[in-house]
Design a protein around this ligand. Structure first.
Ligand SMILES: Nc1ncnc2c1ncn2[C@@H]1O[C@H](COP(=O)(O)OP(=O)(O)OP(=O)(O)O)[C@@H](O)[C@H]1O
Length: 219
């Protein structure tokens, strides 16, 4: 479904590429974890996959169409759902309105269906009382779960998440990983997660390590 072809990236002020000539394929119905030491470029890679930044070399293809052809704004709106800590929720809205707005903007099948949005939030432990508060009054972990619920409520086939369990306790981490597996397997989406936690990565269907500018699949 999603392919990288000769993908490379470097920041202007660095003399070395972060990664280069990356050729990977990601399929629907599967979950992928990306591991690697701090600073190796995992978040940068995810930003390219999420259409938040453009590759410096190579290309990214969605169903054999270049993201350049699809257009990044169009791609972000319809094809990808993002759970990033710094690219998260509408902070002036409630969780419920965050979901309803995202569903409306992306033209999701359940757009306008308040009960569906409330149920999706409830499945992630955000009950009716929290669902109508301002998201700024929720903890970091609760906000993270709202972002995951938003992903579940929208129809994008690709879900990318940067450290989705970064600020969750053990129980919540387990619940969130189970939800991501459900998103991949039951809803037939492609889930790509960056994580520092080998335990989290080992629950995904595939694990890659970013090291020395290359991705290696762990088996
Ligand atoms: N906008 C930027 N301009 C210049 N350098 C940057 C920029 N953003 C990130 N970097 C550098 O690029 C490298 C890769 O950053 P990135 O955030 O992708 O790594 P990471 O593997 O996700 O790290 P971590 O696990 O610590 O989150 C780091 O050395 C970082 O300092």
């Amino acid at each position: 479904m999603l392919k990288t072809q000769g993908l490379g990236y470097w920041y202007q002020d660095k003399d070395q590429p972060l990664f280069q000539d990356i050729n990977l394929e990601f399929e629907v119905g599967q979950s992928y974890a990306i591991l690697g030491h701090s600073g190796t470029g995992k978040t940068t890679f995810l930003s390219l996959i999420a259409g938040l930044d453009k590759p410096k070399a190579g290309d990214i293809l969605l169903d054999d169409r270049s993201l350049k052809k699809i257009g990044l704004t169009n791609y972000r709106r319809h094809d990808v759902s993002i759970v990033f800590q710094a690219y998260n929720l509408f902070t002036y809205m409630s969780p419920l309105n965050n979901l309803l707005t995202a569903m409306a903007i992306t033209g999701a099948e359940h757009a306008g269906d308040k009960d569906f949005a409330l149920k999706t939030l409830n499945d992630l432990g955000i009950g009716a009382d929290l669902a109508t508060r301002n998201v700024q009054h929720l903890s970091g972990g609760q906000q993270q779960r709202v972002a995951i619920a938003r992903t579940m409520a929208c129809d994008a086939q690709l879900v990318v998440a940067d450290e989705p369990t970064g600020n969750l306790d053990e129980d919540n981490t387990k619940g969130v990983i189970e939800q991501f597996q459900r998103i991949a397997h039951d809803r037939q989406k492609c889930v790509i997660i960056v994580t520092h936690e080998p335990d989290v990565a080992s629950q995904c269907d595939h694990q890659y390590r970013l090291e020395n500018k290359q991705f290696t699949e762990l088996v």
